[in-house]
Write a new protein. Structure first.
Length: 162
């Protein structure tokens, strides 16, 4: 894990991010989810789902933001960085994650200005969130890698369901 020492800027980036994490809520209770974030001293959860709704109680935008606030964690939704519905539907149908990530990476490049602005706006210890427990099958891996390239930080993938 390579977290920037607080206040230092060894990669000469323009961000105030000093910790970069990802987390999925699949299979996790809300208590385990927030406990994992608190354990890693996360300051802000960035929800990278296109639509911040969930069939799981407590994981839709409003309820999640309220629960996080009670734990001293901020919430920010970045729907433009979500995987488009047509792409989610396609990977559910064909299971071709290589194609999914190629198409998603194109989508992310098209939103490079948004990603750049986000990187500049974030501060502290930040966790990117989506549904999937396994980051290897989730677009948040691509978002984390893009932010890592801008910040010099190595993303740490958290498992709230462990």
């Amino acid at each position: 894990m390579s977290l920037k020492p607080h206040g230092e800027d060894p990669m000469a980036d323009d961000t105030g991010i000093d910790g970069l994490f990802t987390i999925g809520y699949e299979g996790a209770s809300m208590e385990a989810f927030t406990g994992t974030l608190r354990h890693h001293a996360v300051d802000l959860l960035v929800d990278v789902r296109q639509a911040p709704v969930s069939r799981r109680p407590g994981f839709s935008r409003k309820a999640l933001a309220e629960t996080l606030a009670d734990s001293g964690i901020g919430y920010r939704h970045e729907g433009a960085l979500g995987a488009p519905k047509w792409l989610r539907d396609q990977v559910r149908e064909d299971g071709d994650y290589a194609r999914f990530f190629r198409a998603y990476d194109e989508h992310l490049r098209a939103h490079g200005d948004r990603l750049h602005a986000l990187a500049e706006a974030l501060h502290g210890r930040v966790a990117l969130m989506c549904y999937e427990r396994d980051v290897a099958v989730c677009h948040r891996q691509s978002v984390a890698e893009a932010l890592a390239a801008r910040t010099g930080l190595e993303p740490v993938h958290l498992d709230a369901a462990a």
